[in-house]
Design a binder for this molecule. Structure first.
Ligand SMILES: *Cc1c(COP(=O)(O)O)cnc(C)c1O
Length: 421
């Protein structure tokens, strides 16, 4: 880390990795296998961050490695169409039929930036409506009340984003339809972009009426609905938010799981909208490594293994872990709330359920920090911020979960003794 800090700001390639949200030094990882990772000092951790949700099958899954090996021997990049893009595209559309047409890019940030460009072009409007605590990558339009990384660092907005651009983004509290309606009346909104289940402000599920309400408001005001499923895609249900909540977005962004641990992301949706994209239409968006063969191969191998049955099994284990944590908190007598959707989960030290980012910030952040470090000391790696979701993979066994719960009970007990001392 000392060498890294002379080279990279904070010693990291992405801010949350520096552990500023919890204090202390980040560990340096050496390798991973299944549900576990090992640091360069030989310490073992059960991993619930999983490359921030990207690894649905855990670390180094054999089917992905084999497909990568086979693919890389034929060349790693061409910048010419390949069959692999078609194969992964079909696997996605098969589970998400409302994504009638899509475009591959290399990061979630690119996917959301491009989706918003498209929404602005298609509607002829400039304003984007987002939600407090939702993160949609680091594009200029989205670095307004952007949750986890930004909140952890205490930066409300980012310098370097011109005011004129930031002024085109309006922000409502998550789960607050009245606030959305008021903004829609006063602004000519091109698109509402939302994490259907928030992961980047901590785990915050939508109220039952929230997503249907957004759909109706978009229809009433001629705006497009963009579901940012970079995190929720292939996690909250095989078909994503449409399957889980019965609400269909006009545009959907994907990333993380669809790249199987390599850089792949996508945006897509209604065919009439996607036909605005160059070269069919005039909305320009391009990428040298877009649809990269290795990234496509990892995504294909991942989605082949991640059948509906497998996703259900992971979801059951996730629910078991969350229930176990609630029981531990009750036994320890500490205010606590935890929830999950599919293989995505999270918790807060707060008695009441968390419905918005304001609620999340009202949780006991100091208790979280103590708990995070006590868990890490016992070999359980949780996200190093109170405002991040956690994940589960197909590699996490029932035994891993029991072991995790034992270690977490011990960890929680220790932090409570400390805080009383
Ligand atoms: C991770 C994430 C992004 C950004 O994706 P990157 O690949 O990190 O650029 C965008 N939206 C959501 C919901 C995310 O979780």
């Amino acid at each position: 880390m000392e060498r890294a800090r002379t080279l990279f700001p904070g010693g990291v390639s992405s801010p949350v990795r520096a552990f500023r949200g919890v204090g202390g030094e980040p560990f340096v990882v050496e390798r991973g296998e299944g549900a576990r990772i090992w640091d360069v000092d030989g310490r073992e951790y059960i991993d619930y961050v999983l490359s921030w949700g990207a690894l649905a099958l855990g670390h180094a899954p054999v089917p992905v490695l084999e497909r990568l090996d086979d693919t890389m021997r034929r060349g790693t990049s061409f910048g010419i169409p390949t069959e692999l893009e078609v194969e992964l595209g079909e696997l996605i559309v098969d589970r998400m039929p409302h994504v009638e047409m899509l475009r591959f890019v290399s990061s979630g940030t690119e996917a959301t930036m491009s989706a918003i460009r498209l929404a602005r072009a298609a509607t002829g409007r400039d304003i984007v409506l987002k939600f407090d605590g939702c993160y949609h990558g680091h594009g200029d339009s989205f670095l307004v009340r952007a949750g986890s990384g930004v909140a952890t660092l205490g930066l409300p907005n980012s310098p370097g984003v011109p005011d004129v651009l930031a002024s085109l983004t309006v922000v409502a509290p998550f789960n607050d339809l009245d606030a959305v309606e008021a903004l829609m009346r006063n602004h000519s909104v091109a698109a509402i972009i939302v994490e259907p289940v928030v992961g980047n402000g901590g785990f915050i599920p939508p109220d039952p009426s929230f997503l249907p309400g957004l759909r109706s408001l978009c229809d009433a005001h001629g705006a497009l609905l963009v579901f940012d499923e970079v995190m929720t895609g292939f996690r909250i249900a095989p078909g994503g938010a449409r399957e889980r909540f019965g609400v269909e977005a006009d545009l959907t962004t994907l990333g993380k799981v669809i790249g199987g641990g390599l850089p792949a992301a996508a945006y897509g949706g209604r065919r009439d909208l996607m036909q605005h994209i160059a070269p069919v239409g005039s909305v320009y968006q391009a990428g040298t490594l877009s649809g990269n063969p290795l990234a496509m191969a990892a995504g294909i191998a991942t989605l082949h293994v991640l059948t509906d049955d497998v996703q259900q099994r992971i979801a059951k284990r996730t629910a078991r872990l969350v229930q176990g944590m609630r029981e531990i908190a009750t036994r320890c007598g500490v205010p606590f709330t935890a929830d999950c959707a599919g293989s995505m989960w999270g918790f807060f030290f707060r008695a009441e359920p968390v419905r918005s980012f304001a609620d999340a910030k009202a949780s006991d952040v100091e208790q979280f920090k103590r708990f995070f470090h006590a868990a890490l000391d016992r070999g359980v790696y949780l996200a190093p911020s109170p405002f991040e979701a956690a994940f589960m993979s197909s590699a996490h066994s029932d035994m891993d979960i029991e072991e995790t719960l034992n270690r977490l009970e011990d960890a929680l007990g220790e932090t409570l003794n400390l805080s009383r001392a």
